[in-house]
Design a protein around this ligand. Structure first.
Ligand code: ADP
Length: 163
């Protein structure tokens, strides 16, 4: 049976930190679903369709190179319902800080209670990119700073084009 993993997030925008997690997730699943949660309240820098396209552009070739099936999609349901909808038995999350862990541990326990058949797998952030967050990228870009070290070139060009 194919091992299906779902990696949820807001990806506004996708960063080198997300890409690091995805590259490693591609080594443990046969089919990866990258799913943008629509319910995030923060006003986004990029529209949902733009974020989907940016993920597809960056991750498509990486998944193909590893012969992993890739779906880039969105959801506005409970995370466990989105995972079930895609037949994913694995939810992938990246862990950067102790604060991430506190939040994730609680969320994972509640998800596990609702959907015991789904396992959450935490991948520790790589030290080189573990400090990168989409929120800070948006703030830095909003104040005219350079985010070239934090996002892939295709995303950087779209951020520059926003100005
Ligand atoms: P952010 O928290 O940067 O706004 P998301 O909500 O899109 O990003 O995060 C989706 C998932 O990716 C979460 O599990 C988050 O912990 C993880 N993640 C985000 N940035 C990094 C990073 N730099 N290194 C490792 N994991 C990360």
């Amino acid at each position: 049976m194919a091992r299906v993993g779902l990696y949820p997030g807001s990806f506004d925008p996708i960063t080198v930190g997300h890409i690091d997690i995805i590259q490693r997730a591609l080594t443990i699943v046969d089919h990866l679903v990258v799913a943008i949660g629509k319910s995030a309240t923060k006003s986004p820098l990029f529209k949902l369709e733009e974020r989907l396209a940016m993920i597809e552009e960056e991750i498509g070739p990486m998944a193909a190179a590893r012969s992993v099936r890739l779906d880039v999609t969105s959801f506005d349901s409970l995370l466990v319902d989105a995972a079930r909808q895609h037949d994913a038995r694995i939810i992938i999350r990246g862990l950067r800080t102790a604060a991430d862990f506190e939040y994730e541990a609680q969320m994972t326990a509640m998800n596990r209670t609702m959907a015991p058949e789904i396992e959450t797998v935490f991948l520790p952030a790589s030290p080189e990119v573990g400090f990168v967050s989409s929120t800070l990228v948006r703030q830095i870009a909003g104040m005219g700073g350079s985010v070239e070290k934090f996002v892939p070139t295709s995303v950087l060009n779209k951020i520059i084009a926003l100005k």
